[in-house]
Design a protein around this ligand. Structure first.
Ligand code: CDP
Length: 238
C-alpha cells in the first residue's frame, strides 16, 4: 500500500485501469509438476505476478536439535528474485520475506497432517519471478499445489487472493498500480472444501462494511483459484 498519488484514474465508470470490473480477478494460469528435481512443484500466474513453488520432503530434519519427535516441521522460504521488480531486488532474505514465509508456514500448518511425518522436515521454497502485487497470495496458491504434487498429506488445499480498496471502492485482486496507489489491501487464504480462513492480513484502512465486502470478493476469488488448482493437478495426473 504505497498511498502514492497517480494521474492515471484507477476507476472509470466501474472499470479499472486494466479493464477489469471491481469483482474480477486477473487471468489465472496454474501448472503442477513443472520441475523434475523437486518432489513437488507448481507454477502460478495471476496477471503479471508469476511464482514458482518447489516442495522437498518429507526428509531428515536439520538441524537435528530442531526436530520434533512426534511430528514434522514445515520450513518455508519466500524470495523475490532480483529481476522480479522494477528496481533490481537485492538477493537474500529481508524482514518482509521472513514475515511472508512465517504467515505462509502458519497457513499450511492448519492443513498439512504433520503427525504423519515424525522427526521429518517438509521444505517449501517459493520464488517470485515477476511481481505486480499479490506475491504472497500467488506464492501460497503455488505452494499448495506443489505440496499436493509432492504427495504430502493434507486435509485440504489452500487458495489465496487479496481484496483491496481503491478510490473508496472495494475491489478484488489489486494489480501493481492499484496496490501502489490504493487505500487498502487484504490478502486472505481459504481452505478449498472447508472454506476455513487460513490467513488474513490487512494493510491500510477499511470500514467494517468494506471489510465484509472485501471478504466476500476474496472468498469468490479463492473458489475460482481452487477450481484452477484442482484442474492443474488433474491434468498432471491424467
Ligand atoms: O506482494 P504482496 O502484495 O504480497 O506484498 P506487499 O509487501 O504488499 O507488496 C506489494 C507489491 O509491491 C509487490 O507485489 C511488488 O509488486 C511490489 N514490491 C516491490 O516492487 N519491491 C519490493 N521490494 C517489495 C514489493
Amino acid at each position: 500500500m504505497g498511498g502514492t498519488e497517480t494521474d492515471i484514474p484507477l476507476l472509470v465508470d466501474g472499470k479499472r485501469n486494466d479493464g477489469r470490473t471491481i469483482d474480477q480477478m486477473r487471468p489465472v494460469k496454474i501448472e503442477a509438476g513443472v520441475l523434475e528435481r523437486a518432489d513437488g512443484s507448481a507454477y502460478v500466474e495471476l496477471g503479471e505476478t508469476h511464482a514458482i513453488a518447489a516442495v522437498y520432503g518429507p526428509k531428515e530434519m536439520h538441524p537435528r536439535h530442531a526436530l520434533i519427535p512426534n511430528k514434522g516441521v514445515l520450513k518455508v522460504r519466500y524470495s523475490m528474485l532480483p529481476f522480479s521488480v522494477g528496481d533490481r531486488k537485492r538477493p537474500g532474505p529481508d524482514r518482509r520475506s521472513r514475515e511472508i514465509a512465517k504467515v505462509t508456514r502458519e497457513a499450511f500448518e492448519s492443513v498439512v497432517l504433520l503427525d504423519k511425518y515424525p522427526r521429518s522436515a517438509i521444505e517449501i521454497d517459493i520464488n517470485i519471478m515477476q511481481a505486480d502485487a499479490g506475491t504472497r497470495v500467488v506464492g501460497l496458491t503455488a505452494a499448495s499445489v506443489a505440496l499436493a504434487d509432492a504427495g504430502i498429506a493434507m486435509t485440504d488445499l489452500i487458495s489465496s487472493c487479496a481484496s483491496g480498496k481503491i478510490e473508496d471502492t472495494v475491489v478484488l485482486d489489486l494489480n501493481g498500480l492499484e496496490d501502489n496507489c490504493g487505500q487498502a489491501d487484504v490478502p486472505i487464504a481459504m481452505t478449498g472444501k472447508g472454506e476455513q480462513i487460513a490467513l488474513m492480513q490487512m494493510d491500510g484502512l477499511m470500514t467494517k462494511e468494506e471489510l465484509n465486502q472485501a471478504m466476500e470478493y476474496a472468498v469468490t476469488g479463492c473458489k475460482e483459484l481452487h477450481k484452477a488448482q484442482v484442474d492443474a493437478l488433474r491434468r498432471r495426473y491424467q
